[in-house]
Design a protein around this ligand. Sequence first.
Ligand code: SD4
Length: 290
Amino acid sequence: RETKPIVLATWDVANATSRAWEVLKEGATSLDAVEQGVMVEEADENNQTVGKGGRPDRDGQVTLDACIMDKDGNCGSVVYLRNIVHAVSVARKVMEETPHVMLAGDGAEKFAYEQGFPKEDLLTARSRQEWEEWKKTSQYKPIINIENHDTIGMLAIDRKGDISGACTTSGMAYKIAGRVGDSPIIGAGLFIDNEVGGATATGVGEEVVRTVGSFLIVELMRQGKSPQEACEIAVKRIVAKNPGYRDFQVGFIALNKKGETGGYCIQPGFSYRTYSEEGHSLTPAGSYIN
Ligand code: SD4
């Protein structure tokens, strides 16, 4: 039985989901689709939460976190990666070319050069200027729904029915140097189990790590919950554990083996893109706070 391909991604990332859909339609694997899809956002300087043009840490360094996971449960991840645009592709190389899952900082960067990735300055004039402005007050408070396109987490099913996922980000703007979020952490920012489905997260990574959110959602789906129900339970778990939930955003999206999708978040304002034979659409996710 041929499964119907589908791709979904956090936020309104129409160019990224269009690219991933093209790749799926050509008959390529979901792994190629999610990698090439999220690369669109990594290259887009206007997306200040991913790749080139990302907002820097407090010291003015743009540091990227990314991971990728395939149908066989293989995974690769990079954290605190500097000077390389396509962090997701470095993560894929970690998965495919090394015996490891995760490479960090200077080691990850050195590995990327060895793999032929070019060195590039990720801090754009716009992000530098905003950071200079921020330094005047140096107030640190994550901004809820900082923009309409944000950290990208992407899930896809290909024609064979195999699921893969990817997640890539420059992390929270003006984070303490060295900070790593949920996005490159398998189980937190992303999890795939090809027997069940996949999930990915956006928002304040610390909260996602504390509940191992994406793994939780996949396990809930394994127990019979729909993707939507599973996302809601995970968000409620975060809310229950942190009385400060009114001040931060976390959003999840999920996909099961049947191609059913779901999304849920704490604060209104989070949406996700879906592309399938039924068309290309933007769905506002339900939220815990209305
Ligand atoms: C992080 N989860 O580094 C990321 C940030 C994010 O939309 O999702 N921004 O914590």
